[in-house]
Design a protein around this ligand. Structure first.
Ligand SMILES: Nc1ncnc2c1ncn2[C@@H]1O[C@H](COP(=O)(O)OP(=O)(O)OP(=O)(O)O)[C@@H](O)[C@H]1O
Ligand SMILES: [Mg+2]
Length: 268
């Protein structure tokens, strides 16, 4: 029912990391979620999950070769996703209006349609912004990033998108960083979340496993869970991974089980 874009002026501020991991948290909370890689010239959503083969992508949908249902895949935790393609070959035939048509279809089947946008305001970034009803603008606490974020916000406001607020990412809470109150003032929006700089996010990217699944207790995931709770309307806590038994524990369990089965029988 809700379609939300994660956008920014400057690149590399954490849009994909936030969209993917927020999607996973909402899916763990029982919501029907689809995350769409709307960064069609720099596909990275599938790679962030360690998935390499996705034969039909959003690029196929934009070029008119396939419908959105063909590009819908099962992700972790019951979350669905729509990948983009690593090759940009199909983009010469892309009709970006098809992105909105695809989102309208997805809105009928999902509680949350989350779009990971390209940075800036080239054609693909604008297509993502034009396809949804609500938006977050992501910034890092640096002056150039905020100036660029403001341009994205102005574009979204002109087209009447509901602004959900600014997400400050990679915060070090260092005195050299721009203060929250100044970011709020310049952006003219509430701060929806402040997510810390966290090495676990980079480790997760490197290992191609989402940080929510790899490090559910990390500061980034804890802060993101608060944001997910507001969206879900209930408390969201990242699921703990199943701990694999060590060898010693498995041997002990084996002998304890054997002891149980013979110990229960009466011997004459
Ligand atoms: N809070 C964080 N702490 C540390 N590293 C982070 C954090 N958020 C994102 N990163 C890292 O920053 C890099 C860029 O993140 P990501 O790809 O999510 O940004 P993006 O805005 O989607 O980039 P692009 O504009 O290129 O699409 C990645 O290596 C990611 O692991
Ligand atoms: Mg990205």
């Amino acid at each position: 029912m809700r379609s939300i874009v994660f956008c920014s002026g400057k690149g590399g501020v954490g849009k994909s990391s936030i969209a993917l991991n927020l999607g996973l948290l909402l899916a763990q909370a029982g919501k029907k979620v689809v995350v769409v890689d709307a960064d069609v010239s720099m596909a990275n959503l599938a790679l962030m999950m360690g998935i390499e083969r996705t034969p039909i992508t959003l690029n196929h949908v934009l070029s008119g070769e396939n419908v959105i249902e063909d590009a819908l895949y099962d992700g972790p935790e019951g979350m669905k996703y729509v990948p983009a393609e690593l090759s940009t070959e199909k983009l010469s035939r892309a009709d970006y209006n098809r992105m909105k048509q695809a989102v309208v279809k997805l809105e009928k089947d999902f509680d949350f349609v989350l779009l990971d946008a390209a940075p800036g305001w080239m054609q693909d970034a604008k297509a993502a912004m034009n396809s949804v009803k609500e938006a977050y603008v992501i910034v890092t606490p640096e002056p150039i990033c905020i100036a660029d974020g403001l341009k994205a916000k102005n574009y979204l406001e002109r087209r009447g998108t509901k602004m959900l607020g600014v997400i400050i990412n990679m915060a070090l809470n260092d005195p050299t960083e721009i203060r929250d109150s100044d970011i709020k003032g310049v952006m003219g929006m509430d701060i929806a979340a402040k997510l810390p700089e966290d090495l676990e996010v980079r480790r997760a990217s490197a290992s191609q496993k989402p940080v929510v699944l790899r490090s559910p207790n990390s500061p980034f995931v804890r802060a993101l869970s608060e944001m997910a709770s507001k969206l879900a309307g209930k408390q969201v806590v990242a699921k703990q991974p199943k701990v694999k038994k060590g060898l010693i524990q498995s041997i002990l369990d084996f002998f304890l089980r054997k002891g149980d089965s013979s110990g229960g029988k009466k011997t004459v």
